[in-house]
Design a protein around this ligand. Structure first.
Ligand code: FES
Length: 167
């Protein structure tokens, strides 16, 4: 007779371990899936958001254009409204982020009466040229970001934020 016989106790141990492991995996999988669900969601990066701004009404004078999009923060969805400074430069439409590259305040066009052709950040007197380039000697150390733009049925669409290519 062989010495490799499985005893009744060993057989029960193996069987219960196998079945128990299988059941535990069955319970844990949905929990793990639930926990990492937001990571698995496909993102619509690069989508353009339609604004109410007519392209024909955009001039060389920067105007603030609002756009609203749905923000997904884990399982919480909310509508967020942001703005861009938009103007025409030749045939090109320029859309710049209003977020100061120093500490994140909002910049205004012609906000400083001494420099009416620049963007001005009131928090620490930061200034930017019209193309978003930061003015040397003021707190911001980088240019304003820009947005990709597109047109649909005569209206402006705002895309994703990218590093400034105009400066
Ligand atoms: S936050 Fe704009 S200059 Fe400091």
């Amino acid at each position: 007779m062989s010495n490799n016989r499985v005893t009744r106790r060993q057989f029960l141990n193996y069987t219960l371990t196998g079945v128990g492991g299988f059941m535990a995996a069955g319970m844990l999988m949905p929990m793990v899936r639930f926990a990492i669900d937001p990571v698995l969601q496909t993102k619509a990066e690069g989508d353009f958001i339609l604004t109410s701004q007519k392209v024909a009404d955009i001039t060389e004078e920067p105007i603030s254009v609002n756009f609203t999009f749905e923000q997904v923060d884990a399982w919480y969805k909310s509508d967020v409204t942001e703005a861009a400074w938009v103007y025409k430069s030749g045939d090109q439409i320029v859309a710049l982020s209003p977020v100061c590259k120093h500490l994140g305040c909002t910049v205004n066009w012609a906000g400083d009466s001494e420099h009416p052709e620049q963007f001005f950040c009131p928090c620490h007197l930061g200034r930017y040229e019209k193309n978003g380039q930061n003015v040397a000697g003021t707190p911001p150390l980088g240019p304003l970001d820009q947005y990709e733009v597109a047109e649909k049925d005569g209206f402006l669409m705002i895309g994703k934020k990218v590093p400034n290519t105009f400066s």
